[in-house]
Design a protein. Sequence first.
Length: 277
Amino acid sequence: MPEVSVIMSVYNMAGRPVLQAAVNSIKNQTYKDWELILCDDGSTDHTLQVLRQISKGDQRIQVIHYKRNRGAGFARNACIRAAGGKYIAVMDADDLSEPYRLERQAAFLDKHTEYALVGCNVRLIDEGGVWGERILEQKPVKQSFLSTMPFVHPSVMFRRTVLEELHGYAATPQTLRVEDYDLLMRLYARGYLGYNIQEPLFRYREDPASYKKRDYRSRIRECRVRYVRFRDMGILHGHLRYALKPLAVGIIPGFLMRMIKKRRYKVKMSSCGGQHG
């Protein structure tokens, strides 16, 4: 069995070259003891055929298919069940892992048994390439979840045993599009901890299409998840405003939020290099 299983939920990506680039970024890892589990979550286009073509001739890549779209949480749980690795690395179908990502993260978890997961800093990309960089808190604590998610979820590698103990992602209508936040807060509520490697080992896509996915219903679901999980972690008292924060943020138009983030995370492009894939 491989040491690391990379899981990727895919939906209606047949016409997007970023899917092949995402898979290639795993194939090009310096760390070689991996498998890639791809789940076609009920796509209505030709995504399944594309995934089968991508996996053809490569025994390290496994394709799972469901006829009905059930959401990313359901698809990731299916990938986890099919995975054989000691560590589970999350990957989204439009992002990129830097060549040293799996090597650095697996080595960290091997050495630091006190941590249940490890993330990293990320470079932010759109159709033009790298436009910014997020420096994540190195050792997030429970209070770190109040203002924002202290991890970039698709950059994270988990210990498989911890995911199994938590029964994976909550694949329910109440957690749709916020299942990542819910999982990480449940993990912290159980007393587990995570760490962010202070290197940009991941390229995370933040483009205009990203903001269209974050409709107001998703904001309401996030408020509910925040309220329940802040309570479970024992940090809700005096911090109700943070549970309601997504409603306020949701009022800000997408183009304006993008401008705010561009200013906040902007870095010198010469220090980032070009986009690989």
